[in-house]
Structure formats: C-alpha cells, structure tokens
Design a protein around this ligand. Structure first.
Ligand code: TEU
Length: 576
C-alpha cells in the first residue's frame, strides 16, 4: 500500500535517511546509466549570447546560429535562461507570461526551430522555470492585488500591516530592503524575496500548483529535454512569526516537488536540476536521490558563500580547505545515492577566472586550471558561457550597472553614507553584471555579439584579445584546452562515475584528487594559488604515469611522487 504523499515526504523530509550499503552501487552501476550522466552542460545567458536581429539583445535565433560552435566545443546540453515575456526588472526572472516567448527574444516558432536544430545536432535543451514568484505585471498579480476576494488573490502571499501600518515582520529581500511591499487597494503587504516587482507565489493554493505544473508540461511537450528550477525550494515559506532563515528549509518544499514529479516530470526522460537554497548534503538525497528524489540533480552553490564576510560585496581571501570541505560534504551526502552538478560560476556570480583564478598575471594558466578542476568533478559539469574563452570581470561605473541586485545594494549603501570609492571595489569584484557582458565572438565591433550600435550592456573592453575567433586559431588557447578537457572527460567513465579521494586535504594551495572506477585511476593536481609550491601526490613514481593534459607548455617538475608546481599549474595523470 503506497504511503500517502504527505506521510512519505514528511517522513523523508525530516529524516536523514542513510541508504543501506547495497544502494551505494545504485548510481555507478552501468545498468542505471541515464543519458545525462556523462553530459557536459553549457549555460546560455540568452540576453548576452548572440543577437541575430540587430536589437542589441541576444535571442533564440542567435543561439540556433551558434549550435555548431557549441557542438564543436563538445557541449551535450544547453540551459537557456528565461526568454519568456518579462518587464526585465530581474533580466527575465520576473515573468509575466509563462507560456510564450518575449518578442525581444523571438517567437514560439523560434523556440521550436531551435529545439529541432539542436536535436538534429545531438544537443539537448533545458528551459529555466521560475516558479517561486512572477512579475508584478503577470495577469495573475494584476488581478490578485485588486481585492481580497479576487479569485487570484490567494495566488500570492499577503499579510495585514502591523497596528502602526508597518510591514508584517522584519524579513529582508535578497535584493536589499524589506521583503514586503504595501498594496493600498487591499490594505495588505505582499511578500517578495527578490525585487518588489517579483511577488512570491503561494504554493499552498492548489490552483497555483496546477497552473505551474501545466507550464512545465507545456515546454516539455514542445520538446525541452529538461528543466532548471529557479530557487525552487522557496515554493514553501515559513509563517509570519518564523525566521527568514527558514527560507528554503520548509518540509512542504519536498512535498510540492513530489507532487510536480508525480503529475508531470516523471512522465518524461528528462534532466532536471534544482537551485535549492536550504537543501544540504544531509538531506539532499530526499530531493535528488536516484530512488525517490523528485528531481534528478541540484546545483551545489555553497562555494559562492566563500570569500566574503557575510556580505557578497565584501570580498575577502577564501580558504581552499573550506572549498574542499564543501565538495567533500556533498560527495559524502550524495555519491552513489543521487546526483549533483558542478559549477564554478553562473549568471549570478563573478567570472570564475577573476574570482578563483587570476585574470591579470596568470589569466591563461588559471583559466585552464579551473577547466581541469571543473571537468574532472563528480557531478554534471556546467560550463558558463564565455568561461571557455576565459572571459573576465568587467570594469563598470555605477552608471553602467544593469543588475537590480547591485543597483539596490549601491543605492542602499550610499543612502547609509557609504561613498562610491568605498563601495565600488567590492561591487566590481562580485557583481552579477560581470557574468552578463556580451559573449565575445570576435574583435569586431561589439565583439561580434550584435550589429546594433549599442548592446543592452557594456562589452568588456578586453574583447579585442579575448574572443572566440582568436582562440579558435590558437592551439594553446583556453578554448582549445576546454575542448580537450571535455573530450577527456567523455572518454573516461571514471570522471563520471568514479570515486573521489582528495590527497593532502589540509593543503591550502593545492587541490589534488584521484578518480577511480573499474580498475582505472586518474590523478588530478590543481594549484589554486598564484605561487610556486611543492606538492607530494603520495603516488608511486609519477614518472611512470601517463601525463594526459597539462596547462603549461614546459614539462612538469616531477621527482618521484613530488611535483614542484608553478602558479595555477594543473595536470592529469593516468596512474592505472
Ligand atoms: O538566483 C537565486 C539566488 O540565489 C541569487 O539571487 C543569488 O544568490 C544571488 O544573486 C547571489 O548574489 C535565481 C536566479 O539565478 C537569479 O538570476 C534571480 O535573480 C533569482 O533567482 C530570482 O529569480
């Protein structure tokens, strides 16, 4: 007798189930192979990828025109960020119509054409579903805010003001300020975890779930091969008298996801990946476990919390041991039970080579080191557009900011008396616009991204030297290194299914590990620092091992099991 969904999920959500030993073979047993296990994914931030119409903004046809480039790189799956109708307050993560294409990105038929062309080239498509909030210009919200008895009112989260008229509690938006906005017609506040133009949806309302499940089905029936779910654990929110620390941690989140899987997702052979704040290595199995997880994989973004003092725009040095602990904990929590994804950045973060590498003195070796790390990780790797050519952070002035997160933060801090000189270094180091500058295709005007005079956001001035066209021609380019790394990963199941054994865990400079599977063993050595350092791989005489790839042209300095590593030097050995 199948347990009721609630009992099943509640039990699962609240327990930290440890599978019996025999299930640990579940994931790596070839018989359970899924098409996406050995996939290399690529995030396309559509606004900045390729403009086919001369509007200054990237579009669906622009992506279709670059499928051969992506195929040649070795990409199997592309995740496309939202292209639905949106006022663009949060660059498309504020959706006003879930079942259409915003005219600036094209039409529904352009999506159909992209899917058909991608499938013909063996590339699959993930769409991005933003189900925890809509735009305030969505018809649902336009109706909902009119009156308390409007049929759409309970699609959102409303609370009355306090006696003095102030907000119901002190919850803060992730984009600065209060998480509450006053609505005069109903004399209530509505909740917005992000911008005030992004009212939070109320998943307690059955009709909300039914509408959203129908949206997922709509795009899957149009041929999407999977879904990236935006902050999907924010579908269940604490009550007014609870702390916002519980955002993403409410047991109902899992229940709602199991409902969506039962009603829609389980009907398709798809890849799903959840951005799931609040899910941790201990309970991740409930969400993405192979046996009962409602989703297939999750984005582990814990490393993005490193290197700041609790304020994203206050960058500090980070500990590589802390970085390793994060990866190790997720491996311990999920390996052999479920799946994870590996990312070093995305459209919400600073550029990987600028944050984790060194885009000044060691731009090329550090970008290649990061590629070596990312593409030898356990979990589905996501290459973020432009990282494959070593795109870097961009020097913006406050007037050039486009992203609501840094604009709100800057305004709030200036109002508190901070100066531009105090704020700019930290914002420039971490702002999301760094990841959103136009893809640098060539040294032509606007980096070949658009024929328009002015793209929607500043082009990074270094496009003259950092661009696809130049790097295709250079055998030693970052781009050609990514191609080799992707090919190496796909040729060796150990990088997909293998165990991970970190060597000298407490070394603060070098991240080295072995990947073992079915008798094969590979040793990956990555110097994450811009300094020379000696490292003992504790491996039998490396001179007898086969060097598969190396990010410097000179031979590595090896002495038995020891290596004298150059700044950001990386290499992979086939040990057996
Ligand atoms: O991001 C959620 C999220 O966690 C980000 O707000 C991130 O933590 C922050 O930007 C880091 O500084 C998703 C989308 O990826 C993001 O682009 C949207 O702005 C957000 O949700 C709201 O939809």
């Amino acid at each position: 007798m199948k347990k009721t969904l609630v009992a099943l999920a509640m039990g699962a959500a609240l327990s930290c189930s440890n599978l019996p030993a025999e299930d640990n073979s579940l994931t790596i047993a070839k018989g359970n192979a899924r098409w996406w296990h050995n996939a290399v994914c690529y995030e396309v931030y559509i606004r900045s990828f390729n403009d086919s119409k001369g509007t200054g903004i990237g579009d669906l046809k622009g992506i279709e025109n670059k499928l051969d480039y992506l195929k040649n790189l070795g990409v199997d799956v592309i995740w496309i960020t939202p292209f639905y109708p949106s006022p663009g307050v949060d660059m498309g993560y504020d959706i006003s119509d879930y079942k259409n294409v915003d005219p600036k990105f094209g039409q529904l038929k352009d999506f159909d054409s992209l899917v058909k062309s991608a499938h013909a080239k063996g590339i699959k498509i993930l769409v991005d579903m933003v189900f925890s909030h809509t735009s305030d210009e969505h018809q649902w919200f336009i109706e909902a805010r009119k009156s308390k008895d409007n049929p759409y009112h309970d699609f959102y989260v409303w609370y009355p003001p306090k006696a003095d008229g102030s907000a119901p509690n002190d919850w803060k938006s992730w984009f600065s300020g209060s998480a509450w906005e006053y609505n005069k017609p109903t004399n209530e506040y509505y909740l917005h975890i992000f911008a005030k133009q992004q009212p939070a949806l109320n998943w307690k309302t059955t009709k909300v779930r039914e509408e959203l499940f129908s949206v997922a089905k709509f795009w899957l029936d149009k041929g999407a091969d999977g879904i990236r779910f935006d902050v999907i654990t924010l579908n269940a929110l604490p009550d007014i008298n609870q702390s916002s620390d519980l955002w993403g941690k409410m047991p109902m989140a899992l229940i709602y996801l199991k409902m969506m899987n039962d009603k829609v997702l389980s009907e398709y052979d798809i890849l799903t990946v959840g951005e799931m704040p609040g899910v941790d290595p201990e309970n991740a199995y409930e969400f993405v476990g192979e046996k009962e997880g409602p989703l297939k994989t999750l984005f582990q973004l814990d490393i993005m919390g490193l290197g700041n003092d609790g304020d994203k725009f206050h960058p500090t040095p980070y500990s590589l041991v802390a970085f390793k602990k994060i990866y190790q904990n997720w491996y311990n929590g999920l390996y052999g039970k479920g799946w994870i994804s590996a990312v070093l950045d995305n459209h919400d973060q600073a550029r990987a080579v600028s944050r984790w590498g060194n885009d000044k003195d060691y731009w090329k070796p550090s970008a290649k080191m990061l590629a070596t790390f990312l593409l030898t990780q356990w979990g589905v790797p996501y290459v973020f557009q432009g990282d494959e050519i070593g795109m870097t952070n961009c020097p913006f002035t406050p007037a050039e900011f486009k992203d609501v997160e840094e604009i709100n933060y800057y305004k709030e801090k200036i109002a508190e008396g901070k100066t531009e000189a105090e704020l700019l270094p930290g914002i420039l180091a971490r702002c999301r616009d760094n990841a959103r500058t136009p893809m640098q295709w060539s040294s032509a005007k606007n980096a070949g991204f658009t024929s328009a005079d002015t793209p929607w956001i500043k082009v990074n001035p270094n496009y003259k030297t950092i661009n696809v066209e130049a790097e295709l021609k250079d055998p030693d380019s970052i781009l050609n290194y990514y191609k080799k790394m992707i090919s190496l990963r796909k040729a060796n199941p150990a990088f997909v299914y293998g165990t991970v054994n970190i060597i000298d865990f407490n070394n603060e400079n070098v991240y080295a590990y072995s990947r073992e599977y079915e008798g094969k063993e590979f040793l990956v050595v990555c110097n994450f620092r811009g300094t020379h350092t000696d490292f003992d791989t504790k491996t039998a005489d490396l001179r007898k091992a086969k060097l598969l790839i190396h990010n410097y042209s000179s031979n590595p300095h090896i002495n038995d099991s020891k290596i004298s590593l150059k700044p950001f030097e990386a290499m992979i050995f086939e040990v057996k």
